[in-house]
Unconditional design. Sequence first.
Length: 299
Amino acid sequence: MKRDEFLGRLDDINVWKSSGQRAPNKPLLLLLALGRVFNGRGRVASYPEIEPELKGLLQRFGPPRKALHPEFPFGRLPADGLWEIPENGTLTTTSSGDFHVRELRDRKVEGGLPQPVYDLLRHDVELVREAVQKLLDGHFPDSLHDDIRNAIGIPRTWEMHDSPVRPRDPAFRRDVLREYQRRCAVCDFDVRLGEELIGLEAAHIKWHAAGGPDEVANGLALCGLHHKAFDRGALGLEAAGKGFKVLVSSEVHGLSDPIRWFLDFHGKPLRPPRNRQFDPDPSFVNWHQREVFRKPPLE
Ligand SMILES: [Zn+2]
């Protein structure tokens, strides 16, 4: 296999459903496998070995779902030519064509990258890094990339550049910050060094990686902390009156004084844009509620 063919297959994994539901299962399994290659942990592993690791990634970086199904990508990824289950033909399947999780566990069924893919990656650290970046860019916002890298054991290194994968609209940041008067829409943070804003960012409500557009109605000016919290689902939004209010997830906790400061934003109004025609579009807010925010909110 050639590297272009491999990278093309990564592009082809069809993970976004038409409804805009997040389904990062396959990318997370691949990231887990790339982490194993990078760290010399071998090509194949048994399902009982992979299950807890993949479940952890789904819990942290997947959409909020009642049930996590690490067995789905384990069984479905072979169709994309990026996973191999040597015992494939001997396993029974459910009506939806998935493997029975109990059988995967009991028989310690093994899975891993196909041999040609593994051979390609094993001696090419740069290709591993490129593949990781492609999966991160395709499925997750920038603010989560380093957390995911650390979770799979492929940290960013100083010589890595952000890859110029998708053209970004430079007007997006400028217009969003202007409409929100250069302050965090949650906490009013507006620290400047001279004329330069420090730590204020233009966040997408519906992730760019999920097809969210570079439009002000899909943007919020947020400080670095609230941007990260919003992308991880610690913060959410809910319609209130003519605008929106801030929700804090009930999963948020901490012991030090600043936690009170963080939790106190729950129920507070979100700062609206200067021109109300640019108010957040409810369809993007609903997407974030459904696919990112860690319900339930605080009481
Ligand atoms: Zn803030």
